[in-house]
Design a protein around this ligand. Sequence first.
Ligand code: UDP
Length: 410
Amino acid sequence: MIGRVAFLSMHTSPLDLPGSGDAGGMNVYIDELAASLAGRGIDVTVFTRRADPAIRRLVETPAGYRVAHVDAGPARRLPVSALMEWVGDFAAEITHAIEGGWSASPTDVVHSHYWLSGWAGIIVKQATGLPLANSFHTLGRVKDATRRPGQPPEPLLRIAAESEVIARSDCVIAATEYESIELIDHYGADPSRLCVNPPGIDLDLFGPGDAGAARRRLGLDDAPTVLFVGRIQALKGLDVAVEALGILRDRLAGVRMLVVGGPSGPTGDFERLMIEDKVGRLGMEDSVSWWGVQPHRRLPDFYRAADVLVVPSRSESFGLVAAEAQATGLPVAAANVGGLRYVVEDGVSGVLVDGWDPADYSKALLRVLESPTLREHLAAGALRSGRRYGWTTATDRLLQLYGGIADGAR
Ligand code: UDP
Protein backbone atom coordinates (compact mmCIF):
# COMPACT_ATOMS: atom_id res chain seq x y z
CA MET A 1 0.00 0.00 0.00
CA ILE A 2 1.37 3.39 -0.96
CA GLY A 3 0.60 6.08 1.62
CA ARG A 4 3.15 8.82 1.06
CA VAL A 5 5.01 10.00 -2.04
CA ALA A 6 7.70 12.67 -2.46
CA PHE A 7 7.80 14.42 -5.86
CA LEU A 8 11.04 16.22 -6.76
CA SER A 9 10.72 19.18 -9.12
CA MET A 10 13.77 21.32 -8.54
CA HIS A 11 13.67 23.87 -11.37
CA THR A 12 9.98 24.65 -11.57
CA SER A 13 6.96 24.50 -9.28
CA PRO A 14 3.41 23.29 -9.95
CA LEU A 15 2.36 26.67 -8.48
CA ASP A 16 3.96 28.48 -11.50
CA LEU A 17 1.71 29.56 -14.37
CA PRO A 18 2.40 27.25 -17.34
CA GLY A 19 3.10 28.59 -20.82
CA SER A 20 6.35 30.56 -20.50
CA GLY A 21 9.72 30.51 -18.73
CA ASP A 22 10.45 27.06 -17.34
CA ALA A 23 6.76 26.29 -16.75
CA GLY A 24 4.92 24.11 -19.23
CA GLY A 25 3.49 20.64 -19.56
CA MET A 26 5.55 19.26 -16.68
CA ASN A 27 3.98 21.73 -14.25
CA VAL A 28 0.49 20.83 -15.44
CA TYR A 29 1.35 17.12 -15.20
CA ILE A 30 2.76 17.36 -11.66
CA ASP A 31 -0.16 19.46 -10.42
CA GLU A 32 -2.82 17.16 -11.86
CA LEU A 33 -1.07 13.91 -10.94
CA ALA A 34 -0.46 15.09 -7.36
CA ALA A 35 -4.11 16.16 -7.13
CA SER A 36 -5.28 12.82 -8.49
CA LEU A 37 -3.09 10.89 -5.99
CA ALA A 38 -4.31 13.13 -3.16
CA GLY A 39 -7.87 12.29 -4.26
CA ARG A 40 -7.01 8.62 -3.58
CA GLY A 41 -5.96 9.50 -0.02
CA ILE A 42 -2.21 9.52 -0.76
CA ASP A 43 -0.07 12.12 0.97
CA VAL A 44 1.95 13.93 -1.73
CA THR A 45 4.64 16.54 -1.13
CA VAL A 46 6.21 18.28 -4.13
CA PHE A 47 9.71 19.47 -3.22
CA THR A 48 10.80 22.42 -5.31
CA ARG A 49 13.64 24.93 -4.98
CA ARG A 50 12.78 28.21 -3.28
CA ALA A 51 12.98 30.87 -6.02
CA ASP A 52 11.13 33.58 -4.07
CA PRO A 53 12.22 34.72 -0.59
CA ALA A 54 8.66 35.68 0.35
CA ILE A 55 6.97 32.34 -0.31
CA ARG A 56 6.05 30.14 2.69
CA ARG A 57 8.10 26.99 3.24
CA LEU A 58 5.02 24.78 3.06
CA VAL A 59 2.03 25.59 0.89
CA GLU A 60 -1.08 23.40 1.11
CA THR A 61 -2.83 23.50 -2.27
CA PRO A 62 -6.61 23.44 -2.72
CA ALA A 63 -6.07 20.23 -4.72
CA GLY A 64 -5.02 18.43 -1.52
CA TYR A 65 -1.25 18.09 -1.90
CA ARG A 66 1.51 20.31 -0.50
CA VAL A 67 4.47 22.12 -2.02
CA ALA A 68 7.64 22.32 0.10
CA HIS A 69 10.08 25.11 -0.83
CA VAL A 70 13.64 23.96 -0.27
CA ASP A 71 16.52 26.38 0.29
CA ALA A 72 19.20 25.54 -2.29
CA GLY A 73 21.09 28.46 -3.81
CA PRO A 74 19.89 32.07 -4.04
CA ALA A 75 16.13 32.55 -3.56
CA ARG A 76 15.45 33.95 -7.02
CA ARG A 77 14.79 32.57 -10.49
CA LEU A 78 17.90 31.01 -12.02
CA PRO A 79 18.36 29.40 -15.44
CA VAL A 80 18.66 25.60 -15.45
CA SER A 81 22.37 25.93 -16.32
CA ALA A 82 22.95 27.78 -13.01
CA LEU A 83 21.06 25.22 -10.93
CA MET A 84 23.47 22.35 -11.43
CA GLU A 85 25.74 23.48 -8.61
CA TRP A 86 22.81 23.45 -6.15
CA VAL A 87 21.58 19.91 -6.83
CA GLY A 88 23.59 18.49 -3.90
CA ASP A 89 22.11 21.05 -1.47
CA PHE A 90 18.61 20.43 -2.77
CA ALA A 91 19.01 16.65 -2.32
CA ALA A 92 20.55 17.06 1.17
CA GLU A 93 17.62 19.19 2.36
CA ILE A 94 15.10 16.66 1.09
CA THR A 95 16.99 13.75 2.67
CA HIS A 96 16.97 15.67 5.93
CA ALA A 97 13.22 16.31 5.66
CA ILE A 98 12.48 12.65 4.88
CA GLU A 99 14.78 11.22 7.55
CA GLY A 100 13.88 13.85 10.12
CA GLY A 101 10.44 12.29 10.44
CA TRP A 102 8.65 15.44 9.24
CA SER A 103 5.50 13.36 9.37
CA ALA A 104 4.30 10.40 11.41
CA SER A 105 4.11 8.10 8.36
CA PRO A 106 7.19 7.10 6.35
CA THR A 107 7.71 8.03 2.69
CA ASP A 108 7.15 5.05 0.35
CA VAL A 109 8.42 6.31 -3.01
CA VAL A 110 10.39 9.22 -4.48
CA HIS A 111 9.26 10.33 -7.95
CA SER A 112 11.59 12.83 -9.62
CA HIS A 113 10.80 14.94 -12.69
CA TYR A 114 13.31 16.09 -15.33
CA TRP A 115 17.01 15.27 -15.32
CA LEU A 116 18.04 17.81 -12.64
CA SER A 117 15.60 16.38 -10.12
CA GLY A 118 16.46 12.86 -11.28
CA TRP A 119 20.03 13.61 -10.32
CA ALA A 120 18.86 14.88 -6.92
CA GLY A 121 16.68 11.76 -6.73
CA ILE A 122 19.60 9.36 -7.02
CA ILE A 123 21.37 11.21 -4.18
CA VAL A 124 18.22 10.96 -2.01
CA LYS A 125 17.86 7.29 -2.94
CA GLN A 126 21.45 6.56 -1.94
CA ALA A 127 21.01 8.32 1.40
CA THR A 128 17.59 6.94 2.36
CA GLY A 129 17.33 3.62 0.49
CA LEU A 130 13.93 4.70 -0.86
CA PRO A 131 12.82 3.48 -4.29
CA LEU A 132 13.09 6.05 -7.08
CA ALA A 133 10.93 6.51 -10.18
CA ASN A 134 11.94 9.19 -12.68
CA SER A 135 10.03 10.91 -15.48
CA PHE A 136 12.29 12.87 -17.82
CA HIS A 137 9.65 14.90 -19.71
CA THR A 138 12.36 15.73 -22.29
CA LEU A 139 15.66 14.04 -23.14
CA GLY A 140 18.83 15.89 -24.14
CA ARG A 141 19.95 13.45 -26.85
CA VAL A 142 16.48 13.35 -28.39
CA LYS A 143 16.34 17.16 -28.53
CA ASP A 144 19.80 17.21 -30.09
CA ALA A 145 18.80 14.75 -32.81
CA THR A 146 16.28 17.21 -34.34
CA ARG A 147 17.43 20.63 -33.15
CA ARG A 148 17.20 23.53 -35.60
CA PRO A 149 20.45 24.20 -37.47
CA GLY A 150 22.47 26.80 -35.54
CA GLN A 151 20.92 25.92 -32.16
CA PRO A 152 23.47 24.99 -29.48
CA PRO A 153 23.57 21.33 -28.36
CA GLU A 154 22.41 20.30 -24.89
CA PRO A 155 25.16 20.47 -22.21
CA LEU A 156 27.26 17.32 -21.83
CA LEU A 157 26.55 17.37 -18.10
CA ARG A 158 22.85 16.93 -18.84
CA ILE A 159 23.54 13.91 -21.05
CA ALA A 160 25.84 12.39 -18.40
CA ALA A 161 23.30 13.03 -15.62
CA GLU A 162 20.51 11.48 -17.71
CA SER A 163 22.62 8.35 -18.25
CA GLU A 164 23.24 8.08 -14.49
CA VAL A 165 19.57 8.54 -13.65
CA ILE A 166 18.57 5.89 -16.20
CA ALA A 167 21.15 3.44 -14.81
CA ARG A 168 20.34 4.02 -11.14
CA SER A 169 16.58 4.63 -10.89
CA ASP A 170 14.37 1.71 -9.96
CA CYS A 171 12.14 2.71 -12.81
CA VAL A 172 12.02 5.28 -15.61
CA ILE A 173 8.53 6.29 -16.64
CA ALA A 174 8.13 7.04 -20.35
CA ALA A 175 5.12 9.00 -21.60
CA THR A 176 4.71 6.77 -24.65
CA GLU A 177 6.15 3.67 -26.27
CA TYR A 178 8.16 6.01 -28.50
CA GLU A 179 9.91 7.59 -25.51
CA SER A 180 10.82 4.17 -24.16
CA ILE A 181 12.35 3.29 -27.54
CA GLU A 182 14.31 6.58 -27.41
CA LEU A 183 15.55 5.71 -23.92
CA ILE A 184 16.82 2.38 -25.23
CA ASP A 185 18.24 3.67 -28.53
CA HIS A 186 19.89 6.86 -27.26
CA TYR A 187 20.92 5.80 -23.74
CA GLY A 188 21.02 1.98 -23.74
CA ALA A 189 18.32 1.86 -21.03
CA ASP A 190 17.47 -1.55 -19.56
CA PRO A 191 13.98 -2.32 -20.96
CA SER A 192 13.02 -4.23 -17.80
CA ARG A 193 13.20 -1.01 -15.79
CA LEU A 194 11.13 1.09 -18.19
CA CYS A 195 7.43 1.63 -17.82
CA VAL A 196 5.08 3.43 -20.20
CA ASN A 197 2.38 5.56 -18.62
CA PRO A 198 0.85 8.34 -20.75
CA PRO A 199 -0.18 11.41 -18.75
CA GLY A 200 -3.79 12.31 -18.20
CA ILE A 201 -5.49 15.58 -19.02
CA ASP A 202 -8.36 17.27 -17.20
CA LEU A 203 -11.31 15.86 -19.12
CA ASP A 204 -13.77 17.97 -17.09
CA LEU A 205 -12.05 21.09 -18.42
CA PHE A 206 -11.23 19.92 -21.94
CA GLY A 207 -14.43 18.78 -23.59
CA PRO A 208 -16.60 19.84 -26.53
CA GLY A 209 -18.27 23.23 -26.40
CA ASP A 210 -19.92 25.96 -28.43
CA ALA A 211 -17.41 27.39 -30.94
CA GLY A 212 -19.51 30.52 -31.60
CA ALA A 213 -19.76 31.37 -27.92
CA ALA A 214 -16.00 30.83 -27.47
CA ARG A 215 -15.26 33.16 -30.41
CA ARG A 216 -17.55 35.80 -28.97
CA ARG A 217 -15.84 35.58 -25.58
CA LEU A 218 -12.48 36.07 -27.31
CA GLY A 219 -13.83 38.85 -29.53
CA LEU A 220 -13.12 36.89 -32.74
CA ASP A 221 -15.09 36.90 -35.99
CA ASP A 222 -15.57 33.73 -38.07
CA ALA A 223 -12.41 33.92 -40.23
CA PRO A 224 -10.53 30.60 -40.70
CA THR A 225 -8.39 30.23 -37.60
CA VAL A 226 -5.17 28.34 -36.93
CA LEU A 227 -4.11 28.09 -33.28
CA PHE A 228 -0.62 27.69 -31.81
CA VAL A 229 -0.28 27.02 -28.07
CA GLY A 230 3.11 26.58 -26.45
CA ARG A 231 6.21 28.06 -24.93
CA ILE A 232 8.05 30.18 -27.48
CA GLN A 233 11.43 28.59 -28.16
CA ALA A 234 13.07 26.97 -31.19
CA LEU A 235 11.94 23.51 -30.05
CA LYS A 236 8.27 24.38 -30.56
CA GLY A 237 8.63 25.41 -34.23
CA LEU A 238 6.55 28.61 -34.15
CA ASP A 239 8.88 29.87 -36.91
CA VAL A 240 7.66 27.01 -39.12
CA ALA A 241 4.00 27.79 -38.30
CA VAL A 242 4.41 31.47 -39.23
CA GLU A 243 6.07 30.65 -42.55
CA ALA A 244 3.37 28.07 -43.27
CA LEU A 245 0.71 30.72 -42.63
CA GLY A 246 2.56 33.04 -45.03
CA ILE A 247 2.14 30.46 -47.81
CA LEU A 248 -1.42 29.62 -46.77
CA ARG A 249 -2.57 33.25 -46.96
CA ASP A 250 -2.20 33.20 -50.75
CA ARG A 251 -4.53 30.19 -50.98
CA LEU A 252 -7.09 30.99 -48.30
CA ALA A 253 -8.18 34.61 -47.92
CA GLY A 254 -8.48 35.96 -44.39
CA VAL A 255 -6.81 33.03 -42.64
CA ARG A 256 -5.24 34.02 -39.32
CA MET A 257 -3.21 32.48 -36.50
CA LEU A 258 -3.60 32.98 -32.76
CA VAL A 259 -0.41 32.51 -30.75
CA VAL A 260 -0.87 31.57 -27.08
CA GLY A 261 2.18 31.26 -24.80
CA GLY A 262 5.29 33.26 -23.91
CA PRO A 263 9.08 33.11 -24.33
CA SER A 264 10.88 30.25 -22.61
CA GLY A 265 14.47 29.24 -21.98
CA PRO A 266 17.71 31.17 -22.52
CA THR A 267 16.87 32.05 -26.15
CA GLY A 268 13.09 32.50 -25.78
CA ASP A 269 13.09 36.30 -25.98
CA PHE A 270 15.37 36.21 -29.01
CA GLU A 271 13.11 33.63 -30.66
CA ARG A 272 10.02 35.80 -30.13
CA LEU A 273 11.82 38.87 -31.59
CA MET A 274 13.05 36.84 -34.55
CA ILE A 275 9.54 35.59 -35.28
CA GLU A 276 7.99 39.05 -34.87
CA ASP A 277 10.58 40.27 -37.35
CA LYS A 278 9.61 37.48 -39.75
CA VAL A 279 5.92 38.40 -39.39
CA GLY A 280 6.80 42.02 -40.21
CA ARG A 281 8.94 41.09 -43.24
CA LEU A 282 6.17 38.86 -44.61
CA GLY A 283 3.65 41.68 -44.05
CA MET A 284 1.56 39.44 -41.78
CA GLU A 285 0.92 41.74 -38.81
CA ASP A 286 -2.84 41.50 -39.44
CA SER A 287 -2.79 37.71 -39.73
CA VAL A 288 -0.91 36.81 -36.54
CA SER A 289 -2.21 37.83 -33.11
CA TRP A 290 -0.17 37.41 -29.93
CA TRP A 291 -2.22 36.45 -26.88
CA GLY A 292 0.64 35.85 -24.44
CA VAL A 293 0.40 33.36 -21.62
CA GLN A 294 -3.18 32.37 -20.86
CA PRO A 295 -4.44 30.77 -17.65
CA HIS A 296 -4.83 27.03 -18.17
CA ARG A 297 -8.56 27.25 -17.41
CA ARG A 298 -9.03 29.69 -20.28
CA LEU A 299 -7.53 27.41 -22.94
CA PRO A 300 -10.76 25.52 -23.78
CA ASP A 301 -12.12 28.74 -25.32
CA PHE A 302 -9.09 28.96 -27.61
CA TYR A 303 -9.34 25.30 -28.65
CA ARG A 304 -13.09 25.65 -29.31
CA ALA A 305 -12.74 28.92 -31.22
CA ALA A 306 -10.07 27.57 -33.62
CA ASP A 307 -10.46 25.40 -36.73
CA VAL A 308 -7.14 23.58 -36.39
CA LEU A 309 -4.21 23.43 -33.94
CA VAL A 310 -0.70 23.49 -35.42
CA VAL A 311 2.10 21.74 -33.48
CA PRO A 312 5.33 21.83 -35.54
CA SER A 313 7.54 20.84 -32.57
CA ARG A 314 11.04 19.65 -33.39
CA SER A 315 10.81 17.20 -30.52
CA GLU A 316 8.05 16.38 -28.05
CA SER A 317 7.95 13.60 -25.47
CA PHE A 318 4.14 13.76 -25.35
CA GLY A 319 2.46 17.01 -26.43
CA LEU A 320 -0.25 17.88 -23.91
CA VAL A 321 -1.61 20.71 -26.06
CA ALA A 322 -2.39 18.24 -28.85
CA ALA A 323 -4.24 15.95 -26.41
CA GLU A 324 -6.15 18.87 -24.84
CA ALA A 325 -7.15 20.25 -28.24
CA GLN A 326 -8.38 16.84 -29.40
CA ALA A 327 -10.40 16.36 -26.23
CA THR A 328 -12.28 19.57 -27.08
CA GLY A 329 -12.85 18.29 -30.64
CA LEU A 330 -10.17 20.32 -32.43
CA PRO A 331 -8.21 18.58 -35.23
CA VAL A 332 -4.42 18.84 -34.97
CA ALA A 333 -1.73 19.25 -37.65
CA ALA A 334 1.46 18.08 -35.92
CA ALA A 335 5.04 17.09 -36.64
CA ASN A 336 5.44 13.35 -37.07
CA VAL A 337 7.84 13.17 -34.14
CA GLY A 338 8.12 11.79 -30.59
CA GLY A 339 4.93 11.52 -28.57
CA LEU A 340 2.92 13.45 -31.17
CA ARG A 341 2.95 10.27 -33.27
CA TYR A 342 1.06 8.62 -30.45
CA VAL A 343 -1.25 11.47 -29.46
CA VAL A 344 -2.33 12.42 -32.99
CA GLU A 345 -3.93 9.61 -34.99
CA ASP A 346 -3.06 10.43 -38.58
CA GLY A 347 -6.20 10.78 -40.71
CA VAL A 348 -8.42 10.11 -37.68
CA SER A 349 -7.88 12.99 -35.22
CA GLY A 350 -5.52 15.13 -37.27
CA VAL A 351 -2.68 15.09 -39.76
CA LEU A 352 0.96 14.17 -39.13
CA VAL A 353 3.56 16.04 -41.19
CA ASP A 354 7.05 14.68 -41.88
CA GLY A 355 9.91 17.14 -41.29
CA TRP A 356 9.68 20.92 -40.80
CA ASP A 357 9.18 22.32 -44.31
CA PRO A 358 6.62 25.16 -43.96
CA ALA A 359 5.16 24.27 -47.39
CA ASP A 360 4.16 20.84 -46.03
CA TYR A 361 2.45 22.38 -42.97
CA SER A 362 0.69 24.86 -45.23
CA LYS A 363 -0.65 21.98 -47.38
CA ALA A 364 -1.82 20.04 -44.33
CA LEU A 365 -3.54 23.10 -42.83
CA LEU A 366 -5.19 23.94 -46.14
CA ARG A 367 -6.59 20.41 -46.47
CA VAL A 368 -8.26 20.71 -43.08
CA LEU A 369 -9.40 24.31 -43.45
CA GLU A 370 -10.89 24.11 -46.94
CA SER A 371 -12.91 20.93 -46.43
CA PRO A 372 -15.74 21.09 -43.89
CA THR A 373 -16.30 17.35 -44.42
CA LEU A 374 -12.73 16.46 -43.52
CA ARG A 375 -12.82 18.87 -40.57
CA GLU A 376 -15.98 17.26 -39.21
CA HIS A 377 -14.51 13.79 -39.66
CA LEU A 378 -11.30 14.77 -37.84
CA ALA A 379 -13.19 16.66 -35.11
CA ALA A 380 -15.22 13.53 -34.33
CA GLY A 381 -12.02 11.44 -34.33
CA ALA A 382 -10.28 14.03 -32.15
CA LEU A 383 -13.05 13.83 -29.55
CA ARG A 384 -12.77 10.03 -29.43
CA SER A 385 -8.99 10.16 -29.34
CA GLY A 386 -8.86 12.86 -26.64
CA ARG A 387 -11.02 10.80 -24.27
CA ARG A 388 -8.14 8.29 -23.97
CA TYR A 389 -6.36 10.52 -21.45
CA GLY A 390 -8.34 10.45 -18.24
CA TRP A 391 -6.41 10.66 -14.98
CA THR A 392 -8.14 7.58 -13.57
CA THR A 393 -6.22 5.16 -15.80
CA ALA A 394 -2.94 7.08 -15.53
CA THR A 395 -3.17 7.12 -11.71
CA ASP A 396 -4.15 3.43 -11.45
CA ARG A 397 -1.11 2.42 -13.49
CA LEU A 398 1.23 4.68 -11.58
CA LEU A 399 0.08 3.26 -8.25
CA GLN A 400 0.75 -0.25 -9.54
CA LEU A 401 4.21 0.88 -10.55
CA TYR A 402 4.92 2.58 -7.21
CA GLY A 403 3.72 -0.59 -5.44
CA GLY A 404 6.09 -2.73 -7.54
CA ILE A 405 9.20 -0.67 -6.84
CA ALA A 406 8.29 -0.21 -3.16
CA ASP A 407 7.90 -4.02 -2.75
CA GLY A 408 11.25 -4.50 -4.51
CA ALA A 409 12.97 -2.12 -2.06
CA ARG A 410 11.52 -3.74 1.11
N1 UDP B 1 -0.34 26.19 -21.32
C1 UDP B 1 -1.11 27.05 -20.56
N2 UDP B 1 -1.14 28.39 -20.91
C2 UDP B 1 -0.42 28.89 -21.97
C3 UDP B 1 0.34 27.98 -22.75
C4 UDP B 1 0.36 26.64 -22.40
O1 UDP B 1 -1.79 26.64 -19.62
O2 UDP B 1 -0.47 30.08 -22.21
C5 UDP B 1 -0.30 24.76 -20.94
C6 UDP B 1 -1.00 23.86 -21.96
O3 UDP B 1 -2.39 23.86 -21.75
C7 UDP B 1 -0.33 22.51 -21.68
C8 UDP B 1 1.08 22.90 -21.24
O4 UDP B 1 1.04 24.30 -20.91
O5 UDP B 1 -1.00 21.85 -20.65
C9 UDP B 1 2.11 22.67 -22.32
O6 UDP B 1 2.37 21.29 -22.39
P1 UDP B 1 3.04 20.58 -23.65
O7 UDP B 1 3.19 19.14 -23.30
O8 UDP B 1 2.26 20.86 -24.87
O9 UDP B 1 4.43 21.31 -23.83
P2 UDP B 1 5.68 21.47 -22.83
O10 UDP B 1 5.51 22.78 -22.16
O11 UDP B 1 5.64 20.31 -21.86
O12 UDP B 1 6.88 21.43 -23.70
